[in-house]
Design a protein around this ligand. Structure first.
Ligand code: NAD
Ligand code: UDP
Ligand code: UDP
Length: 320
């Protein structure tokens, strides 16, 4: 049931890094938000400023089980995103992507809700085409350590497009490239959090491999804006649409920015490259520019400064 432009919006994975920022933005817009999360990598702390808000509800629930609620829109973000977390229980990771997608699509079908899938640049695997446009089908190892995540997300995209074609569902698929910012998990092993925490503690900074592999890092506020614009597109727009920052840097360059911003005297050291680690990754965001009228606005250094402030406070509060 809608009251004017106020919607009941379900955010799965809403207690995580991206989900908590999304819940916050939706509440600010005046919507009612139901956050569903099993708190595997997400925390109530990420939502502490929303827990007393009457229009916000947190439900501890695993999306691999059916969910019967009445809603107008669904953002499906539930899934651990960092390699350390998604490889902890790989079978559960695939179940979360696949069973979770089926349940959210079934829910969307019954309630006639619009449903957005947080897909990933990992669907391109270790790409032979650079930068990656949406038409590229990817190069993914089906049986490696990253496969539970990559293939789970690929299968979820298949389900979204089959529910769209077979049942006429309004679906929206965004492929998210590396995103960073406050509320990243300090121990999740992702490069931005690892490097900042190491620099702040004066520990050695770990570059995996030669540090010449590239990524492109998008600040969280830009990313959330793109997701919300995608949800607001007309029913003819299903995607997939790449969202991320097309400004590509090597991991060594990222480490240098982190050292500069923190003023840390940590040393750069090398560690072995994890298996199947993509050599290059950079989005082609032509579609996002044309369809969403969107592109990132926060430069890397500015985003790193905000993220450093967050981790500095977090480490001090928890004496980590
Ligand atoms: P995150 O780990 O911080 O958040 C994921 C959330 O999902 C957590 O709160 C976790 O507890 C919850 N969750 C996991 N399994 C669940 C289950 N079975 N049932 C209910 N909740 C479950 O990760 P994030 O960075 O916020 O990523 C959010 C989404 O965006 C994920 O789907 C991820 O694949 C996608 N994504 C993120 C990035 C990025 O750079 N952060 C890049 C590409 C895609
Ligand atoms: N489902 C759900 N909530 C709903 C409706 C469906 O969680 O409100 C789940 C249910 O477990 C079902 C799945 O979504 O198995 C897929 O639903 P669909 O209607 O597509 O298929 P079916 O019910 O025929 O299996
Ligand atoms: N990486 C690194 N040092 C770290 C953590 C990661 O050099 O402490 C590298 C990692 O090997 C990869 C890149 O940084 O090449 C991005 O890693 P992340 O796990 O953040 O994301 P993904 O590989 O999924 O893009």
């Amino acid at each position: 049931m809608r009251y004017g432009n106020i919607k009941k919006i379900l955010v799965t994975g809403g207690a995580g890094f991206l989900g908590s920022h999304l819940c916050e933005r939706l509440i600010l817009q005046g919507h009612e938000v139901l956050c569903v999360d099993n708190l595997f990598t997400g925390t109530r702390t990420n939502l502490k400023h929303l827990l007393n808000e009457a229009r916000f509800e947190l439900l501890r629930h695993d999306v691999t089980f059916p969910l019967y609620v009445e809603i107008d829109e669904i953002y499906n973000l539930a899934c651990p995103a960092s390699p350390v977390h998604y490889q902890f229980d790989p079978v559960q990771t695939t179940k979360t992507s696949v069973h979770g997608a089926i349940n959210m699509l079934g829910l969307a079908k019954r309630t006639k809700a619009r449903v957005l899938q947080a897909s990933t640049s990992e669907v391109y695997g270790d790409p032979e085409i650079h930068p990656q446009p949406e038409e590229y089908w990817g190069r993914v190892n089906p049986i490696g350590f990253r496969s539970c995540y990559d293939e789970g997300k690929r299968c979820a995209e298949t389900l979204f497009f089959d529910y769209h074609r077979q049942h006429g569902l309004e679906v929206k698929v965004v492929r998210i490239f590396n995103t960073y910012g406050p509320r990243m998990h300090p121990n999740d092993g992702r490069v931005v959090s690892n490097l900042i925490v190491q620099a702040l503690r004066g520990e050695d900074i770990t570059l995996y491999g030669d540090g010449q592999q590239t990524r492109s890092f998008c600040y969280v506020d830009d990313l959330i804006e793109a997701m919300m614009r995608m949800m607001a597109t007309g029913p003819e727009i299903a995607g997939p649409i790449n969202i991320g920052n097309p400004s590509e840097v090597t991991i060594r360059q990222l480490a240098e920015v982190v050292l500069d911003v923190t003023g840390s005297s940590s040393r750069l050291i090398h560690r072995p490259l994890p298996p199947d680690d993509p050599r290059q990754r950079c989005p082609d965001i032509t579609r996002a520019r044309e369809i969403l009228g969107w592109e990132p606005t926060v430069p890397l250094r500015q985003g790193i400064e905000k993220t450093v402030l967050y981790f500095d406070r977090l480490l001090a509060e928890h004496r980590l």
